[in-house]
Write a protein that binds this ligand. Structure first.
Ligand SMILES: [Zn+2]
Length: 238
């Protein structure tokens, strides 16, 4: 088990620079130009874990190593939660997808469909196939119900808030509901609780201070993502 966690963390670390690259490109609405990371200045391919581009000496962004680390930690946690099962693959793809979406949301307050749609489809397929192979196909019903419920509630919030809540976040609820729901209603509820903790309190604070009006769109995406990760971690602990 420790070996599995370490192996997944290493894989997560190695693909961290690529996930950051995909997020940056998606936020800019530009072509990906492959998965290998490229310099944001001169567009040349660069090394994985470098502090600056060799071609133009442009420095990488200061936050990029935090994304490498998030991918490594998230991938290790996925292995710790799912263990040596078939659904582990879905959890890893979920971590990698949401890592890319944290970058796009931070850069452009955007959850791009060209990342979210294929990512959600891949997680759903791997989850369904994995649950069947693991002999827990009945858990898919709760997963589907949580996904539909989370999507429905956030859609209602988006309509009522008239632009204060982005449609990207509403659609993001589907994949989060699927992964958390696989582990049951309690885990799903725990993920929502942590999402409120991570995102709701700072948002309420900003609104109370008058720093963000009701019409301003706040980036709830990272809160939804890290809240769901926290919900899964507590699942692993129980
Ligand atoms: Zn460069």
């Amino acid at each position: 088990m420790t070996g599995l966690v370490a192996a997944c963390a290493v894989v997560g670390l190695l693909i961290g620079p690529s996930l950051h690259h995909l997020g940056v490109r998606a936020a800019l609405r530009r072509p990906f130009d492959g998965v290998w990371p490229r310099c944001e200045g001169c567009n040349e391919r660069r090394g994985l874990f470098v502090s600056a581009c060799r071609a133009c000496r442009g420095r990488i962004r200061r936050r990029e190593p935090a994304i490498w680390l998030a991918s490594a930690v998230g991938s290790g946690l996925a292995a710790w939660v799912a263990g040596p099962t078939w659904v582990l693959t879905a959890h890893l793809v979920f971590v990698w997808l949401t890592t890319v979406l944290v970058v796009t949301d931070l850069d452009a307050k955007l959850i791009p469909n060209r990342v979210l749609y294929p990512g959600t489809a891949a997680v759903a397929l791997l989850l369904a196939a994995g649950a069947a192979l693991d002999g827990r196909i009945s858990d898919l019903r709760t997963a589907a119900l949580c996904a539909a419920g989370y999507f429905g509630v956030l859609l209602l919030v988006a309509v009522l808030s008239r632009g204060g809540f982005g449609m990207g976040d509403v659609k993001l609820a589907v994949v989060i509901g699927l992964v958390l729901g696989l582990w049951g209603w309690r885990v799903f509820a725990r993920g929502i609780f942590f999402t409120g903790l991570v995102g709701g309190i700072p948002a309420l604070y900003l609104i109370a201070r008058g720093r963000a009006g009701r019409g301003d769109e706040l980036p709830y995406g990272p809160a939804m993502i890290f809240g769901s990760w926290a919900g899964l971690v507590f699942t692993g602990m129980l």
